[in-house]
Design a protein. Sequence first.
Length: 177
Amino acid sequence: MSAVRWEGFLLVYSPLLRFWIRRKLVNPQAEDDILQECMHSIVTGISQFERDPAKGTFRGWLKIIVQRRVADHFRSEPLERPSPQAVFTATPIPDQKEPQDLEAEQQALQDLKIRAMELIRQSTNEKTWEMFWLTTIEGVPTSFVAHQFQVTQDAVRVARSRVKNRIKELLVEDGTI
């Protein structure tokens, strides 16, 4: 992974990983160390990750890494281990998550998308970004955007496609946005 792509990954995904770490009742002083261990695992394991819906999603893979690094932390720091009751109540069965937990995770995922979009917007030609935004987000017809920017409809489609591909590349999962 190139340095630029890694920086983009860190900017987009670090807050989500930190959110998951906090949900595991980790001492706040240990969060940075666990996040660093997660990043190390991601860097060393990313080449083995395969996009295959049958094997799970990229975010699912990241969540497993967080769970394993948190478990490693608690094994190495037994004094920080939460009580068995606290672990039990902090680890709900997926269908039994509290509404506020679901809402908090949805907000964390929405924040991830916003960071990704902003990162891509900053590194994209303004005209290309505007054509993407108008056609994809605002639903303006391609013909109207082509007329507005004095380009062909194919040029608008190419611009939109380039931005969408960058979004998919950064977010890794198809259909995230």
